[in-house]
Ligand binder design. Structure first.
Ligand code: RIB
Ligand code: CA
Length: 309
C-alpha cells in the first residue's frame, strides 16, 4: 500500500472578528490538512474583540479544536475610531446559544502574543487577516523585526470593482474599519496577497447549499442557524463567503485567478472613509484574486463540513 506523502502544514496565525463568515473560515482552516493554526487573535470589527474572542472559543469547542490559543486585541483603532455596521446578528454569530464554554482567552495583548508566536516558530508564519487589521498593524509597528519571520499576509479586504462614484471602490468593511492600519501594513512592505469582497459575493452559498449544510451533520445545523441572521447586503439570495475564500486561497490557489496589482489607501469623504484603490496598470506591490471557480470552492466547503461531526 503506497504510504501517503506526509503533507507539510504551514504555520499560520488568524486575525479575525467572528462574524458568521469568519466562523466558516476558522472551521475550513482548522479542518484543512495544509494549515497549522498556531494562534487566533481577535480584532474590533463585526463585534467587540472580547465578544469575538468568546465567539472564537465557541466555534473551536463546536469542532473539537479547543487546544488552539485565542487572544483578544485592545479593541481600539490605530488612530481614529470608525463607525461600523453590524450584519452578523446580536452576538456576531446570529442569536444561536452556544453551550457554556469553560475555556479562557489568553491573558495579555494579542499584539505581543502574536509577535512571540511568530518569533518562536522555526519557519516563517503565514498571517491571515479576516477583519480590520489593527492587531497586525500594531504588531508590525511595535516589532518591525517580525517582518523577516512572516511568509506573507493573506488579507480578505477591498474591492476590485471601481464604483462610478468618483471612480473609487466600495468601502469594504475590513479596510474601512481601520484604514490607517491598512496603510501601516502597506508601508511595512510585508508580502501582501488580497482576497477582495467580490470573491465572497460570487462564491456565495445559495439556498440549496444552505439546505445541504443543515442536513449534513450537527455542525452544519449550527451553521445554518447562524446563516439565518447574516445580512450581507450584496448577496440577496444566499450567504456570502468572504473570509472562507481567503482560506481556500491558501489551501487551493488553483481555483483562483490571481493578478499583480498596485494598491493604495484613499479617503473619499469627510468621515475619512478609507478604501483600497487597486490599479492594474502601475508597478505592483501586491497580488489580488480576480476570479474564483465557484464549483470548486463549494466542493472545498462541503469537504470541510464532512470532516465535522
Ligand atoms: O467585507 C467582508 C468582511 O467584513 C468579512 O471579513 C466579514 O466578516 C466582515 O468582517
Ligand atoms: Ca471577518
Amino acid at each position: 500500500m503506497k504510504k501517503q506523502k506526509e503533507i507539510k502544514k504551514i504555520p499560520a496565525i488568524i486575525n479575525c472578528d467572528p462574524g458568521i463568515d469568519d466562523a466558516i473560515a476558522l472551521i475550513m482552516a482548522i479542518k484543512s490538512d495544509l494549515i497549522d493554526v498556531k494562534l487566533i487573535t481577535t480584532d474590533l470589527g463585526n463585534v467587540s474583540t472580547e465578544q469575538a474572542g468568546q465567539n472564537t472559543l465557541n466555534i473551536l469547542e463546536l469542532i473539537g479544536a479547543d487546544d488552539i490559543p485565542v487572544a483578544c486585541g485592545e479593541g481600539k483603532c490605530l488612530e481614529i475610531e470608525r463607525p461600523r455596521v453590524a450584519v452578523h446578528g446580536k452576538t456576531g454569530l446570529g442569536s444561536y446559544v452556544f453551550p457554556k464554554n469553560s475555556r479562557k482567552l489568553l491573558k495579555g495583548d494579542a499584539v505581543d502574543i502574536m509577535y512571540q508566536t511568530i518569533m518562536a516558530e522555526e519557519e516563517k508564519t503565514t498571517l491571515i487577516c479576516l477583519s480590520p487589521p489593527t492587531n497586525i498593524a500594531k504588531m508590525l509597528l511595535k516589532y518591525p523585526d517580525a517582518k523577516d519571520k512572516i511568509e506573507r499576509l493573506v488579507f480578505m479586504v477591498g474591492s476590485i470593482e471601481q464604483l462610478k462614484r468618483g471612480a473609487l471602490p466600495y468601502a469594504e468593511f475590513n479596510v474601512a474599519g481601520d484604514p490607517e492600519a491598512s496603510k501601516a501594513i502597506l508601508k511595512s512592505k510585508v508580502k501582501l496577497e488580497i482576497v477582495p469582497m467580490e470573491m465572497g459575493h460570487t462564491a456565495y452559498l445559495d439556498w440549496q447549499d444552505v439546505f445541504k449544510t443543515k442536513n449534513m451533520n450537527f455542525v452544519g445545523s449550527v451553521l445554518e442557524n447562524l446563516y439565518r441572521e447574516y445580512k450581507d447586503r450584496h448577496v440577496k439570495n444566499g450567504i456570502a463567503t468572504h473570509d472562507s475564500c481567503a482560506i481556500a486561497y491558501i489551501t487551493n490557489p488553483e481555483i483562483f485567478k490571481v493578478e499583480p496589482v498596485k494598491v493604495d489607501i484613499r479617503y473619499y469623504d469627510k468621515l475619512g472613509t478609507g478604501v483600497f484603490v487597486m490599479n492594474f496598470d502601475k508597478t505592483p506591490n501586491a497580488l489580488t484574486c480576480t476570479e474564483i471557480d465557484i464549483k470548486k470552492f463549494k466542493k472545498l466547503y462541503f469537504k470541510m463540513l464532512k470532516k465535522c461531526k
